[in-house]
Design a binder for this molecule. Structure first.
Ligand code: FA5
Length: 348
């Protein structure tokens, strides 16, 4: 019996040392086979118990039973610790901070806004102020004051969205402005002459939409009124602006054009910046890009806005900002600009 009982502390110490080193499930398996397996010290002790005389069996059996229990407890304790550690590791690896803002793609400026900002900077450096306008406009500002009375055939040049509000005087119609030229009248009325202003903004035309025409697009109006102003000033101003925008020398040409609010009226083209006038797909092999309408402000317009045409003259122009953005960034379909497609927009 002494032989059996005296070996118990050594077995227990060895089990405790081994248990200390347990790190994972296979260590547990090894522990169990070492201390509970067929060849384990416990198994040997159990066999020896059977051979003891009956009067010693009880005491020795109790000691071996206690050893079995302690080894079982050790094993259970280690399993529990291991399960806890694994659970903790799982929680830590799967932990998410629900208060953290979702990862988002950084936005960027719309290509029209980018060109608009640059155009504004360039004109501001030449002393022009930047004015805003109304999207819903009184018929008088959009047409009459610009020398386009109701009976004038030029009213049909721009397909118009008319607005008639309930209870409005039927003789006073409103429109979604068809051009930014309405700002010419507002600024001259408000500020008088001399004056230098540009007015970028959205305009609306009841037109069929295709790759180069939209029903809602952006224009930039320009107006300079002072003493002794001529078309030479217009030419210099526009060439300077385009040169800065395209970062290369740019030349323009005038062709006769008709707009009731300017006299003489002009169509202005600039030499294609891609082929330098040789002819390419972008300029349809002509070497020139149609850019804008312009001219010397009609004396009737100056009078309508309260400016003395005997003392002051001025030039005005209006170009398509949307088409300029297309040209600058090589965009071949105007509809992409209002498509809100992330794939398209994230290129800018
Ligand atoms: C005008 O709107 C005149 N107000 C311009 C002007 C101002 C002339 C001051 C004289 C003095 P026009 O209709 O041509 O003109 O339009 C000017 C520019 O707007 C065009 O050159 C073109 O670039 C752009 N544009 C016209 N229609 C569309 C459209 N449907 N979609 C996109 N851009 C257009």
């Amino acid at each position: 019996m002494e032989d059996v009982i005296s070996r118990i502390p050594k077995i227990l110490n060895s089990a405790r040392d081994t248990a200390e080193k347990i790190q994972n499930a296979s260590d547990i398996e090894r522990f169990e086979s070492e201390f509970f397996g067929k060849k384990s010290a416990l198994s040997v002790l159990s066999k020896q118990l059977k051979e003891l005389p009956a009067d010693q069996k009880k005491e020795a059996g109790k000691a071996v039973g206690a050893l079995r229990q302690q080894l079982t407890d050790l094993s259970l304790q280690k399993k529990k610790e291991l399960a806890g550690a694994m659970q903790k590791q799982k929680w830590e690896s799967e932990w998410i901070d629900v208060t953290k803002p979702a990862p988002a793609n950084c936005g960027s400026l719309h290509p029209i806004s980018r060109v608009q900002e640059r155009v504004e900077e360039i004109f501001q450096s030449m002393g022009f102020a930047v004015a805003d306008g109304n999207h819903i406009e009184n018929e008088w500002y959009n047409f009459d004051a610009l020398n386009i009375p109701a009976s004038h055939p030029a009213r049909d040049m721009q397909d118009t969205f008319w607005i008639q509000r309930k209870g409005d005087n039927p003789n006073k119609n409103f429109v979604l402005r068809t051009q930014t030229s309405d700002v010419q009248i507002h600024t001259m009325q408000e500020q008088g002459a001399p004056l230098r202003v540009i007015a970028p903004g959205r305009v609306f035309r009841n037109e069929d939409v295709d790759a180069s025409h939209d029903a809602v697009f952006y224009q930039v109006e320009g107006l300079l009124v002072d003493e002794d102003i001529s078309l030479a000033h217009l030419k210099g101003t526009i060439e300077t602006m385009l040169g800065h925008l395209f970062e290369t020398d740019t030349c323009i040409r005038f062709r006769p054009g008709y707009f009731p609010f300017v006299e003489p009226g002009l169509e202005v083209d600039f030499q294609c910046t891609l082929c330098r006038g040789k002819g390419c797909k972008t300029c349809k092999q002509t070497g020139w890009i149609e850019f804008m309408g312009a001219g010397m402000v009609h004396r009737n317009v100056l009078k309508n806005a309260g400016v003395d045409p005997e003392k002051f003259s001025g030039f005005a122009f209006g170009f398509g900002l949307t088409r300029l953005a297309m040209m600058k960034f090589g965009i071949d379909d105007i509809r992409l600009l209002s498509s809100q497609k992330i794939d398209f927009l994230s290129q800018f």
